[in-house]
Design a binder for this molecule. Structure first.
Ligand code: 4AD
Ligand code: MG
Length: 432
């Protein structure tokens, strides 16, 4: 007979009633004449109490030896118990086994990261990983809600593309019926014509970079949300980034209290994320770095170390603008007051997390953009369609991209991005 199941997260609605739960054995312990089975169903964890007086002898015996991650149905009455984790427990009357699990590789003892990554598909069942991925899901929902509510239209951009966006050194090449194509590094080049068609647009999807270095901030496959706004300049897009970040942080804070507790995250650090954000030019940032003993010279791009120092100086995200044009992509508009500077912005997360947003104003002059494509030795033919935006009613426009994984790492207080995506892709990591 088909069972009517209740989810653990809804258990509070069933106090005093008999329910059937389905899930996996998370842990168990015994105390005198009672056995406690912690049952996990993906929506929560509840303690099921098996007493010798309440259940058949074979069930009582089973509750004492059922292996971790075995799948079961448990029937019982919901009881409020403030001492129980979650506030409720189940006084079990029966348990039906779906499968007795084989020896589960991930045990309560400590495991190394290599081992856990190899079992990533199972590791996701653990409390911390579950909390992180849930925060990720809530963050993504908040991101979508923000742009949808601000009048942005979601216009999807392709994954297979004929051209590089963010430099040619991190391209993944794909053979497309004998033609050379690439996995997209960013949806931006498509966002720009889309902004001419829909005014305020965003795209949100996986992006790819063949990052050959092993760092705690780089994945080869990561998710990026990219808004693009017609007739917006650098300052407009910075105001948007500021408002957007405040909104998504506040939403995740209000929706993920429980998960932040599991992660033991100091959320006062996130509560500090309020407008206005500090704003520095690149030149001012170099001065700050030098004052803090970092030897960066004007013209050097910032790496992880520089970002860590700078983002540790403030309690909220830091916006850095006017980088040397040589550090930035071909499409960036130059500062009309100084040709050597790009009208771009990077936003660094606090607590040493580094860059989470990159963006700026786009070059909108046809001749200048053609020149930049040449200077960057990019194949002109692959960009003809992109140049059309500058031929048919060119317009000032700006946008940015936010990396989801780096944002999750910051929100969760993690030292490495590998735990912020269900199945991380990194140099030498493609399994599972
Ligand atoms: O600064 P980036 O390269 O900017 C762009 O791609 C622009 N075309 C976006 C735009 O203006 N529409 O990347 C944007 C963000 C970074 O700030 C970072 O958060 C994330 O994408 N990112 C990565 N995240 C994880 N692993 C990597 N290898 C990343 N590369 C960039
Ligand atoms: Mg960048």
């Amino acid at each position: 007979m088909k069972k009517k199941l209740v989810l653990i997260r809804d258990i509070g609605n069933y106090e005093g009633r008999e329910v059937t739960l389905a899930g996996w054995v998370y842990n168990r312990r015994s105390s005198g004449k009672v056995r406690f089975v912690l049952l996990r169903d993906g929506t929560g964890i509840i303690q099921c109490v098996f007493s010798e007086k309440d259940v058949a002898p074979d069930i009582f015996e089973l509750s004492d030896r059922i292996p971790q991650e075995s799948s079961v149905y448990v029937k019982g009455v919901v009881r409020k118990d403030l001492r129980a984790p979650g506030g409720y427990e189940l006084v079990a009357s029966n348990m039906e086994v779906i499968q007795i699990a084989e020896d589960y590789p991930i045990t309560p003892k400590e495991h190394g990261i290599e081992f856990l990554m190899k079992y990533r598909h199972l590791w996701l069942r653990s409390r911390r990983q579950h909390a992180i991925i849930l925060i990720r899901a809530r963050l993504i929902r908040a991101i979508r809600d923000y742009f949808d509510n601000q009048g942005f239209i979601l216009v999807d951009t392709p994954i297979l593309t004929p051209a590089a966006v963010e430099g040619t050194t991190t391209l993944f090449e794909v053979d497309y019926f004998g033609m050379k194509t690439y996995l997209t590094q960013s949806g931006q080049l498509y966002n720009e014509p889309n902004a001419a068609a829909f005014n305020k647009v965003y795209c949100f999807g996986p992006t790819f970079r063949a990052e050959k270095s092993k760092t705690r901030r780089h994945l080869t496959e990561f998710w990026m949300v990219e808004p693009e706004v017609a007739f917006a300049d650098l300052e407009d897009i910075m105001d948007l980034a500021e408002d957007f970040l405040c909104y998504i942080v506040a939403r995740v804070l209000s929706e993920c209290q429980e998960q932040f507790k599991v992660l033991e995250r100091d959320i006062t650090k996130l509560e500090a994320v309020k407008k206005p954000f500090p704003r520095l030019t690149y030149t001012e940032a170099v001065k700050k770095l030098n004052e803090h003993g970092n030897p960066t010279k004007w013209g050097d791009d910032f790496g992880g170390d520089e970002e860590t120092i700078l983002s540790s100086l403030y309690d909220r995200p830091l916006m850095i603008t006017h980088y040397p044009a040589q550090c930035k992509a071909f499409y960036m508009k130059r500062d009309p007051n100084d040709e050597n500077l790009a009208l771009g912005v990077d936003v660094l997360a606090p607590e040493g997390y580094g860059e989470i947003i990159g963006g700026g104003e786009r070059e909108d002059d046809l001749k200048t953009l053609e020149k930049r494509i040449m200077e960057h030795k990019l194949p002109r033919e692959a960009f003809e369609w992109y140049l059309d935006t500058r031929r048919y009613g060119t317009f000032p426009h700006s946008g940015f991209g936010l990396g989801v994984e780096r944002t999750v790492a910051w929100l969760c207080g993690l030292s490495h991005v590998r735990e912020t995506i269900p199945y991380p892709r990194m140099l030498e990591k493609i399994y599972p």
